[in-house]
Design a protein around this ligand. Structure first.
Ligand code: PHE
Length: 494
């Protein structure tokens, strides 16, 4: 059966496979869980009014993300090649145009663009690990590990760490280079020797850390305020197109969908993996981490807020400082006055680093797996070249924080007032990922051979019917509707 056709790739490069289903899950969860869950999700929740965003986000994950995730992994497993070639193979077997591979092409470019700024951000994490690392060392040395963090510094000093780093391109570039070099090193070692190994060790460690920090935050922080903030909402905001587009973009980004990645990783899955079950496990792990991250970050942050400000936030009168400030300004300030703050702060940034690394590795792998076949070059050289280019673009983008902050080339469009970083983020999450996911849904729902799809998806009975309904009707219609309503007010209104 299809097992025989899995050689369809017709490429000289042998296709590698995960060593077990567990390894596949760890690698896919490693890709999904990243800065998207720990930085982007809390920031989007803050910027989009808490609960309404969370509810719409969960709907997007279940009704759109999960069906698309299954579609992507099954294309990959059947196609047995890079994302673009896998779609071509499935299209060829279905007698459809090879141009459907555009679905993966758009996604692959998006993944590459995301990598450029992802690594800069992760570089900041490396920097903060350094700061909190030396703080822990100092605390241990002075026998005061139970005290707060960064005790020699005033609150203003701590708030100035991130702006200071942003104004110091040389340090930022070194951090970005360190992170990109680690990513390149892992991807160059291959699917089994690099990507899988890192995921299998780092992801369990990540889960232990996040559980510990959340429990600690629940006891020492403003846990009930965080719950209220995350889950209370005005129903009217559910209908807000900006909230909807942000939630859809975040759901796709967080599950690494519309980025060619899950097709790429699906191709490394073995024939006996039940893709439906595995996809459900990946999606629930990722969503739980996003919510848990909210429950870990907001209590710590709210505990450090003046009561008046917190009340205004909970009443919806004041926005939580979203964006990067949350993680790099508010949290370090909160760690300052927290018992064992330096240790918690250090472990927190290590945890974020683990999550970021397993994602950046996947972001690079999406294009490496294509380029090495396309140009017939070794994995090592492909990884070095692509990692190098991503580094350079990221380096350029990181200047958008200071000297070129006024340089906003796409200002006339929907990105008014945002530096390059914001542009790449919006362009990928809110435009490219949805377009790629839309094409995948139409391809799997309408174009690809039904028997082929059914032989891969691991579903039967009512669930199978439901999935088919979602991928044929709900996903294409809802993604199109959200894209149009979310983008046009922006295009017209600015
Ligand atoms: N899902 C990752 C995160 O949440 C980011 C990512 C997007 C990784 C697309 C791979 C592909 O951080």
């Amino acid at each position: 059966m299809a097992g025989a056709s899995s050689g369809a790739a017709g490429s000289a490069t042998a296709q590698e496979h995960w060593s077990s289903r567990w390894a596949f899950i760890m690698a896919a969860v490693g890709s999904a869980v990243g800065l998207g869950n720990l930085v982007r999700f809390p920031a989007e929740v803050g910027a989009n009014g808490g609960g309404a965003f969370v509810i719409f986000y969960i709907l997007c994950v279940v009704l759109i993300g999960l069906p698309v995730l299954l579609s992507e992994t099954l294309i990959g497993r059947h196609g047995q090649s890079s994302a673009i070639e896998s779609v071509k193979n499935v299209a060829a077997e279905s007698g459809a145009s090879r141009w459907w591979s555009l679905a993966a092409g758009v996604g692959m470019i998006a993944a590459f663009l995301i990598l450029t700024y992802y690594s800069v951000l992760a570089g900041w994490i490396v920097y903060f690990i350094g700061i909190f690392g030396s703080d822990v060392a100092g605390a241990i040395g002075s026998g005061d590990i139970g005290g707060g963090a960064l005790t020699g510094r005033s609150v203003e000093d701590v708030q100035a760490i991130l702006p200071g780093l942003q104004a110091d391109p040389a340090t930022m570039l070194v951090m970005h280079a360190i992170f990109m070099a680690i990513t390149v090193f892992i991807v160059a070692r291959g699917v089994l020797g690099g990507i899988e190994k890192v995921a299998v060790y780092l992801m369990p460690a990540f889960f232990v850390l996040i559980a510990g920090i959340t429990i600690y935050g629940a006891f020492t922080g403003a846990f009930s305020s965080a719950l209220e903030f995350l889950f209370a909402f005005e129903p009217a905001r559910l209908l807000d197109p900006t909230v909807q587009l942000s939630a859809l973009g975040q759901a796709l980004f967080s599950l690494s969908l519309g980025s060619a990645l899950m097709i790429t990783y699906g191709a490394y899955a073995s024939r006996d993996t039940n893709l439906a079950k595995t996809s459900a496990q990946i999606a629930s792990a990722d969503t739980s981490v996003a919510i848990i991250a909210g429950l870990a970050i907001f209590p710590i942050m709210f505990a450090a807020m003046a009561p008046g400000v917190l009340d205004a936030v909970l009443a919806g009168e004041e926005e939580v400082q979203g964006g990067l400030g949350l993680l790099f300004i508010n949290l370090p300030v909160a760690f300052q006055s927290m018992p064992a703050g330096s240790l918690i702060g250090f472990l927190f940034f290590i945890m974020v680093f683990f999550a970021a690394l397993t994602s950046s590795v996947s972001l690079l792998e999406a294009s490496v797996s294509w380029a090495k076949r396309r140009f017939g070059v070794s994995r090592l050289s492909t990884t070095l070249v692509l990692g190098g280019i991503a580094f350079l673009i990221g380096a350029w983008a990181s200047f958008s924080f200071n000297s070129q902050a006024e340089f906003q080339p796409l200002d006339f469009l929907i990105f008014s007032g945002q530096p390059v970083f914001g542009i790449i983020d919006e362009l990928t999450a809110k435009i490219m990922l949805p377009i790629s996911a839309l094409l995948v849904a139409i391809f799997v729902g309408w174009v690809a051979d039904k028997r082929l799809i059914d032989s891969e998806n691991g579903l039967d009975g009512g669930l199978h019917k439901f999935w088919r309904f979602l991928i044929r009707w709900l996903c294409p219609l809802v993604i199109t509707a959200i894209l149009v309503s979310g983008l046009f007010p922006g295009l017209l209104g600015q």
